[in-house]
Design a binder for this molecule. Structure first.
Ligand code: SF4
Length: 435
C-alpha cells in the first residue's frame, strides 16, 4: 500500500479518491491548508502582454510588496501596474474608499494619457470590506469614456491561485469583444503567450490554411477579437475556466485538444484547430509532422538526463497535468504524483487520455499530507511553489519552481527543448553543488 492509500485509509484528511470519468486514473480530492500565490501574480506577465493596459490593484501594502518582489523593480520604464492602498480611513467607510479610488484613478489617467485600458484588480482587503469594484469600474468607465475603458476582476488570494488572475482578466476582456458581424467559422487562440510564440503560431496556422486567427489577450487593448457563434476557440493555457464559460455564453465553441506543450501536444492542438475549421487533416499532418519530428529530436539530450527520473508535482499553476503528460510521454520520466489546484475535466479531457494510465492525481491541497507523501517518496525532482522550494531543498530534495513554467516561453514545437531544459537544470545544479 502506498503512502497516499495509507492516508486515505487512516486518519488523513484527504476527501477520498474517485476515478476520472474515463476510469484511467485515480483522482484524490484534498482540502486543507494551501501553499500558493494569489492571482495578483499574473499581472507580472499580463502587463507585458497588453501593452497599453494598466493594472491598478485595490489592496494593501502586502499586495504592493508582492507585486514589487514578483516583478522586480522597474527602474528604466514607467511601470504599468500599481497599488491603490486601502488605508484605515477607507476601512472605516465605503464612501471614503470609493471617493479615494476615484481620485487615484483621475490622477493616474491625467499623468498617463497613453493608458487605454485600466483594470481595477480586487484583492483580499477590497473583498473583506466588500468594495464593489464592478460598480466602480462602470462609474469610472462612464467618466473617462471614450479615451479609457475601465474593467475589473479579482486577484484575491481568498478566491484565486496565481494563474487564475489571468482567467479573471481574460473573462473581463471577453465582455469587451465586439460581436462578430457574420457567423463564418473563425479561430480564436485563448491564453497569454509570449509574443515570439504567438508569431510562430500565426505563421504555422497560415501554413496549414488558416489565415485569420484571433489571439486573446491581444497586444493592444483595441484589438480584442470579434466573437460570435462562428468562433471556435483553442485554449493555449489550462487555467481558463471562467474565460471559456464567458466565451461559450457568447456562442463560441470550445475545441477539445491537449495543450500545445511538447511535440505531441502541439501537433494534436494544431490538428484539432484545423479539423474544427474544416482543413484537410492529411495535408495538415503532412505540414506539421516534420516540425513535430524536429521537436522530438531536440529532446534527445533531455531524455538522456531525465529518463527514469521520478517527478512529484505540488498543485500550483494548473499546468501540472499537461506538463506531466509531456515529461512522461516524451522524456520518459516516472510520475510519482501529479497535484493540481483544480482539475477541469472538460478542458483536461484530452490530456487525461494521454497521461499514462494509473497516474496518481490529486486535486486541491492539504499541504501537510502532501509534504508527508513527498518526503516518503524522495522524488528526483519536486515541482512546487517558491514557498515550499527552499525548505525542501534544505532537506536534500531537488526542486523546480512552478512559477518559471509561466514566465518562460514553453509552448509550441520550437520551445519543446526549452521546456525540457527547465527540468534538467535543477538536476545539473544539484550535481554541481555536490561536486
Ligand atoms: Fe496577500 Fe491577498 Fe494581497 Fe494577494 S491579494 S498579496 S493574498 S493580501
Amino acid at each position: 500500500m502506498n503512502i497516499l492509500d495509507r492516508q486515505l485509509n487512516g486518519a488523513g484528511r484527504a476527501d477520498g479518491a474517485a476515478r476520472d470519468p474515463r476510469m484511467r486514473h485515480q483522482v484524490v480530492k484534498e482540502r486543507g491548508q494551501r501553499e500558493v500565490f494569489c492571482g495578483l501574480t499574473s499581472i507580472v506577465w499580463l502587463h507585458r502582454k497588453i501593452q497599453d493596459a494598466f493594472f491598478l490593484v485595490v489592496g494593501s501594502r502586502t499586495c504592493a510588496h508582492l507585486l514589487q518582489s514578483a516583478a522586480g523593480v522597474m527602474i528604466f520604464a514607467e511601470p504599468r501596474f500599481a497599488t491603490a492602498v486601502i488605508g484605515e480611513r477607507d476601512l472605516a467607510g465605503l464612501a471614503d474608499a470609493n471617493e479615494e479610488l476615484d481620485r487615484v484613478v483621475d490622477r493616474l489617467l491625467e499623468r498617463r494619457p497613453e493608458i487605454k485600458l485600466l483594470f481595477l484588480v480586487g484583492s483580499c482587503p477590497s473583498e473583506v470590506i466588500k468594495l464593489d469594484l464592478s460598480r466602480a469600474a462602470n462609474r469610472l468607465s462612464a467618466k473617462h469614456s471614450p479615451a479609457v475603458r475601465v474593467l475589473n476582476y479579482s486577484g484575491s488570494g481568498i478566491e484565486t491561485t496565481f494563474t487564475e488572475g489571468e482567467d479573471g482578466c481574460l473573462a473581463a476582456l471577453v465582455g469587451e469583444a465586439p460581436a462578430a458581424a457574420e457567423d463564418r467559422p473563425r479561430l480564436l487562440v485563448v491564453g497569454a503567450l509570449a509574443d515570439v510564440v504567438e508569431d510562430q503560431f500565426r505563421r504555422l496556422f497560415a501554413e496549414i490554411g488558416i489565415e485569420e486567427v484571433g489571439f486573446l489577450p491581444p497586444r493592444r487593448s483595441g484589438d480584442v477579437p470579434e466573437i460570435g457563434p462562428g468562433t471556435h476557440f483553442l485554449l493555449a493555457q489550462p487555467f481558463l475556466t471562467e474565460t471559456a464559460r464567458a466565451l461559450s455564453d457568447r456562442g463560441a465553441v470550445h475545441i477539445s485538444a491537449p495543450f500545445p506543450l511538447g511535440a505531441q501536444g502541439t501537433l494534436d492542438w494544431f490538428a484539432a484547430g484545423a479539423a474544427a475549421l474544416g482543413c484537410d487533416p492529411g495535408a495538415v499532418r503532412r505540414t506539421l509532422e516534420p516540425r513535430a519530428a524536429r521537436a522530438r529530436a531536440s529532446l534527445a539530450k533531455a531524455r538522456e538526463a531525465l529518463a527514469g527520473k521520478r517527478v512529484f508535482f505540488f498543485p500550483d499553476s494548473q499546468l501540472e497535468v499537461p506538463i506531466a503528460r509531456f515529461l512522461a510521454n516524451e522524456i520518459g520520466v516516472t510520475l510519482v504524483e501529479v497535484g493540481t489546484p483544480y482539475l477541469n475535466r472538460e478542458q483536461h479531457g484530452a490530456e487525461l487520455d494521454l497521461l499514462p494510465a494509473g497516474t496518481r492525481l490529486t486535486e486541491g491541497q492539504d499541504v501537510d499530507l502532501q509534504l508527508e507523501r513527498c518526503r516518503a517518496e524522495r522524488p528526483d525532482i519536486t515541482v512546487c511553489g517558491l514557498g515550499l522550494a527552499n525548505p525542501l531543498e534544505a532537506e536534500g530534495l531537488t526542486t523546480k519552481w512552478s512559477i518559471e513554467l509561466v514566465f518562460t516561453p514553453i509552448h509550441g514545437f520550437e520551445q519543446a527543448a526549452d521546456l525540457a531544459g527547465l527540468f534538467t537544470r535543477p538536476l545539473v545544479r544539484r550535481t554541481r553543488l555536490r561536486v
